[in-house]
Design a protein around this ligand. Sequence first.
Ligand code: TYD
Ligand code: MG
Length: 478
Amino acid sequence: KGKEKVQWVCSNCGHTTGQWWGVCRSCTQSGTMKEFHAVADAKVSGFGVFDDALGSWLPQQEEAELRPMRLAEVNRGLDHLHWRIPLSGPFGNEVSRVLGGGLVPGSLTLVGGDPGVGKSTLLLQIAAIIAEGFQDGEASPVVYVSGEESIEQIGNRADRLRIESDIYLYSSNDIEDILKKVQYLSPAALVVDSIQTVYLKGIMGSPGGIMQVKECTAALLRFAKKTNVPVLLIGHVTKSGDIAGPRVLEHIVDVVLYMEGEKYSSHRMLRAVKNRFGSTDELGVFEMSHTGLQAVSNASEMFLSEQHLDSEILAGLAVAVIMDGSRTFLIEIQALCLSGSTGSRQVNGIQVNRADMIISVLIKQAGLRLREHAVFLNVVSGLTLAEPAGDLAIAAAICSSCLEIPIPNDIAFIGEIGLGGELRMVPRMEKRVYTVAKLGYRMCVVPKSAEKALGTEGLENMRLVGCRNLKEVINTVF
Ligand code: TYD
Ligand code: MG
């Protein structure tokens, strides 16, 4: 029996030390060092090298040939690095966009998200698309390994998703076993569902524990780098990070994608928060249907309520144009002003400070009598408006409700509001305005400077109305 050795592991960042510290020396969080007992002579080599001649696993070896290389030498060998595994079709394109143009061979990608958001569904569909792309030419299988479900369960899901491509299913929790079996197939890609359910023999802790999570991920990374097989790893990881060690994972892997969805909506967003091979400024938008995830074609308009698209128009609604990553979204701001009550404010989906400022500017600079009004503000579909570019739409919605004059539903508003009631330019004005025009809006209200800068090219069917301040906006729209 091996001698017990005590180790301290930070539950936040995974930093490991032989001594207890009140504050983690790596991530400086306090009270996160947890005690672990390891068997001192246990094999902690992780995933080793599979020796074909011996037919067995050898421990991890250092690469002997590594040496500094000349730049020219490096660049000559770079061609293969630009090669990416294409993902075709509308669904594939959407995933591809988030990955920065396809899946990079030898990369390790973590797909995080709340349990039940649709990660297994997403990855099974990605596996199918990769397999389809490889059907002509040499047959490279795609392997989907689940530590959560039996192969029958995965098979059932694949049926529901109407997947017909040739993917290999495997159910196992033992990383060494998984990688051994998978290596024989030399697959085009490997999916592991999920990091919380796999373990590595000889590593302390149970599956899902911080040490297991860390070492299993490291083993998968070594596998990816050594075999050049792209590995996609699922993790029940929330952005707030309430599950042990999400930060550990983020440090180890090449790409981190988060899948998000509002509770009562079928929309799912896939967002890159880390990408060693591309920008993190990308967002994929999907809809969960009974046959799986589908790319959303009219993503720009998906946050508009149905009433908005109807003909009957209510007072207090205005459309803002916001950017998320490189995508433009139209969202609906709702305001309700109740006269004859104290000036209370209820705000939902907008920063309270921002709302207060806009209301104050409307009182002072536009002469609105909001002091005697209760003001309610809401952003439709549970979104949070974080951009100043939405200021003008918020102000317009409040004006509309206060004056009880509806705003026609083919007008959009873009602009930041200053304390003097002046309208200001916002980043990527051009992209926003063209999206609005493309969607068939009749009018777009923008700061005066934007009107001058943009000209009229491509905007023949939409009136671009530049205003200097809120007073001008009110005179134009109401
Ligand atoms: P799942 O992929 O299992 O989520 P995760 O792996 O992130 O835990 O999917 C969860 C939900 O998706 C589940 O409640 C059922 C729903 N779903 C559909 O709506 N349509 C489908 O085609 C599939 C496969 C699942
Ligand atoms: Mg799952």
